[in-house]
Design a protein around this ligand. Structure first.
Ligand code: EPZ
Length: 422
């Protein structure tokens, strides 16, 4: 298994370019199943998860071509060869469930292995299934698979008990080809939902209100191909913002949509980080500052993103003074606390909150990545810690960050990847 060796880093400085958003490109790739026409997607990030989604589309019968850089994909799904997504593929990536809506809409049937949970939570899909049933699909669960059939999908008014990102995306894609109008109430408002809706509307869909909590979709008989450039990854952006803060460096972050990282900007400003939002990008600097504590509470967008919680926690262990981090989105997203405590963070968990005393000089240690964002947090902590940190199980990180080590090295970080023989 590969790992990262991270030494205490000098203050990071220089410029970094943000890649396309993982959580936008995955639903957009799934949406390409909705048409037989070619769809061209630009600024595709080089991620394991994109490779898995590509494999899934090809399994269904799509052809997926990419240019040498891998940043441009051409997806053609002339005909769906099979409506089944096998366990072996789905368990590689939970977002495979996003194929359910498009398959139902395109063919009237789908058989997808249950994605199951992951380190951060049980990750149920009840809201996805409830929405499909309200549009007329028959859903049953047999032998670990969801079997869905819908000879005719009809528009419906669907209230989401939780503003679930995946359920909102799946239901928008399904409603795009349903008969009549669908209204999603209490929908998720993440920027990735807006990006998906923009792509679908270029395909001829009629999606209105994406980015608000009420989304209206007027079903159309068919969709055509489209070309689309994926939005920048707001979580990668936030991760590099924290990297500048935790190493007391100065980084110009290019290709960002600062609106999408407002909560992270707000919290880092509270910590005393200097941030300039200019034409060139986001300048984040902490090179001359004593940073301060702050409290974080994760919430659905536009609240503070749960995907930035581990990274901020790593920073808060090093600032002078106590902070409290509360995780309200996932029920088990504190796995990185024990890893940070191995480095001397002395964090205490009380229910859904973690108390961080702060003021710690972290010590390098052997730590593991418990999930994608926790892995990024361990690399960040390693950059601030005295001595050497070995971060193992880095496949989590490589699933969701494009060339993270290379980008950090270009800013002066001391991080090398080694393949463990065992
Ligand atoms: C998306 O996951 C993201 N993944 C996650 O990013 C992100 O953390 C999450 O949204 C929240 O922002 C992708 O977009 C591929 P949810 P998703 O449905 O859609 C509960 C990363 O690191 N829920 O909004 O699975 C669920 O258990 C990943 O990039 C139900 O109860 O998230 C959770 O507690 C991690 N029933 C909450 O809602 C359902 O049917 C939010 O989940 C669906 C969800």
């Amino acid at each position: 298994m590969a790992k990262f060796i991270v030494e205490k880093s000098q203050p990071l400085s220089g410029e970094v370019e943000i890649s396309g958003a993982k959580n936008a490109v995955l639903p957009i790739m799934a949406a390409a199943l909705l048409t037989a026409d070619p769809c061209e997607i630009f600024e595709v990030p080089a991620l394991r998860d994109v490779d898995v989604m590509r494999g899934l589309l090809e399994y269904f019968g799509s052809t997926v071509e990419s240019d040498a850089s891998g940043k441009r994909l051409l997806i053609r799904t002339g005909a769906i060869q099979t409506c089944e997504a096998p366990y072996e593929l789905v368990t590689k990536m939970r977002a495979s469930i996003l194929a359910l809506g498009p398959l139902l809409a395109r063919t009237g049937e789908a058989r997808i292995a249950l994605p199951g949970g992951c380190a951060i939570g049980e990750r149920p899909i009840d809201l996805h299934l409830k929405g499909f049933e309200m549009m007329g699909a028959k859903i049953k669960q047999t032998h670990g698979y969801i079997e869905a059939s819908a000879p005719e999908l009809k528009g419906a008014r669907i209230y989401l008990d939780l503003p679930s990102v995946g359920a909102t995306e799946n239901l928008i894609m399904c409603a795009a080809l349903a008969k009549g109008n669908t209204i999603l109430d209490n929908a998720a408002k993440e920027p990735e939902i807006v990006d998906l809706a923009n792509f679908l509307n270029k395909m001829g869909a009629r999606v209105k209100g994406a980015g608000t909590d009420t989304i209206r979709i007027e079903g159309v008989p068919s969709l055509h191909g489209a070309r689309h450039t994926v939005i920048p990854d707001r979580i990668e952006t936030g991760t590099f913002m924290v990297a500048a803060a935790i190493t007391k460096g100065r980084i110009l972050i290019r290709n960002v949509v600062s609106d999408h990282v407002k909560p992270v900007i707000a919290k880092l400003l509270e910590c005393g980080v200097h941030i300039e939002d200019g034409d060139e990008g986001l300048l984040v600097a902490a090179d001359d500052r004593e940073l301060l504590p702050t409290d974080i509470k994760t919430l659905p967008y536009p609240g503070f993103p749960t995907d930035m919680q581990p990274q901020l926690m790593a920073l808060l262990t090093t600032v002078n003074g106590p902070s409290v981090v509360t995780e309200t989105v996932f029920e088990n997203r504190f796995m990185h606390v024990s890893e940070l405590n191995r480095m001397g963070a002395d964090i205490r968990i009380e229910g859904r909150s973690a108390s961080i005393p702060g003021g710690k000089r972290l010590q390098g240690a052997k730590v593991i990545c418990t999930d994608l964002r926790a892995g990024a947090a361990m690399v960040l902590a390693g950059m601030a810690a005295e001595g050497r940190t070995e971060v193992s199980e880095i496949y989590h990180i490589e699933r969701g960050y494009t060339f993270l080590a290379e980008k950090f090295r270009s800013l002066g970080a001391s991080i090398t990847r080694i393949d463990d023989k065992d």
